[in-house]
Design a protein around this ligand. Structure first.
Ligand code: NAP
Length: 230
């Protein structure tokens, strides 16, 4: 793994991913909205930025050129198919042999076998409703983006984050194939460790065509079931 592109580089997850990739000695390119370029001033001279919306196909095409891996923050902003635009551009323009790692939440399901807590089902319902009323988010578009990724023959991994919190790294999160598995019950991951899992997945071929649901490795459920994770 030599050259990595981070799509959505200026957000909280994106900035942690930049740091993890630089620490691993990767050459890093990134895409972020023009208005957010200054958020990455701390990385000036260390990364190559391609300013633009993350669903801008021309920008994505240039940014992923020659990359061995692409880390994509999939976000359901607006009602203009932002997630599907982002995912499709990455699928279309990344090299066929590139490792493609996408972020999303537990609400995405690969095989329909996840068992969701009622609180999560309620939150998703509210997010869908608010999204429709305000026009600010489109959960169904993120679901469609992941459907397209799952259907593709690319070397993808879709990392499904639990609830997130800030704080110092606790180490690589543990994962399981299905929400509802006891190891995930604590439903909390440090954002810096979500990013760590994304970066580590680049070099873990065992995660190809998997949609790991992750949880912090120091959470009570992870510690209680640490020998049973996938
Ligand atoms: N938040 C959670 O609790 C949670 C839980 C589980 C999974 N996840 C997943 O984690 C990933 C990162 O989410 P996050 O919540 O932690 O946020 P984040 O890392 O701060 O990333 C938010 C991203 O969305 C962009 N963005 C913000 N407003 C936008 C707009 N109006 N139009 C277009 N782009 C916009 C940001 O770009 P700018 O820098 O340009 O603003 C940034 O790239 C996502 O894939 C999410 O599904 C989040």
């Amino acid at each position: 793994m030599k050259k990595i592109c981070i799509i959505g580089a200026s957000g909280k997850l994106g900035q942690y991913m930049i740091r993890h990739c630089l620490d691993r000695g990767f050459e890093v390119t990134g895409v972020c909205r023009q208005r957010s370029v200054s958020k990455l001033d701390a990385f000036k001279g260390q990364i190559t930025l391609f300013p633009g919306d993350t669903n801008n196909r021309d920008v994505i095409q240039k940014a992923v050129d020659g990359c061995d891996g692409v880390l994509t923050v999939l976000v359901p902003w607006g009602r203009k198919h932002y997630s599907t635009g982002t995912a499709q551009a990455v699928l279309d323009y990344a090299r066929p042999e590139a490792r493609l790692i996408f972020s999303c939440g537990w609400h995405i399901t690969l095989d329909g076998k996840d068992v969701y807590p009622s609180s999560l089902k309620r939150d998703e319902k509210i997010a869908r409703l608010l999204g429709r009323v305000t026009g600010m988010i489109d959960i169904d578009d993120q679901v469609e983006a992941c459907r397209r990724i799952f259907a593709s023959s690319a070397r993808w991994t879709v990392v499904r984050g639990s609830d997130l919190e800030e704080g110092a790294s606790q180490g690589l999160p543990v994962w399981s194939r299905h929400v509802g598995d006891p190891i995930l019950a604590s439903n909390m991951t440090r954002r810096v460790d979500f990013a760590l899992f994304m970066a580590a997945a680049l070099e873990n071929d065992g995660l190809i065509h998997e949609a790991p649901a992750i949880v912090g490795c120091q959470t009570p459920s992870a510690l209680a079931h640490k020998n049973s994770n996938s």
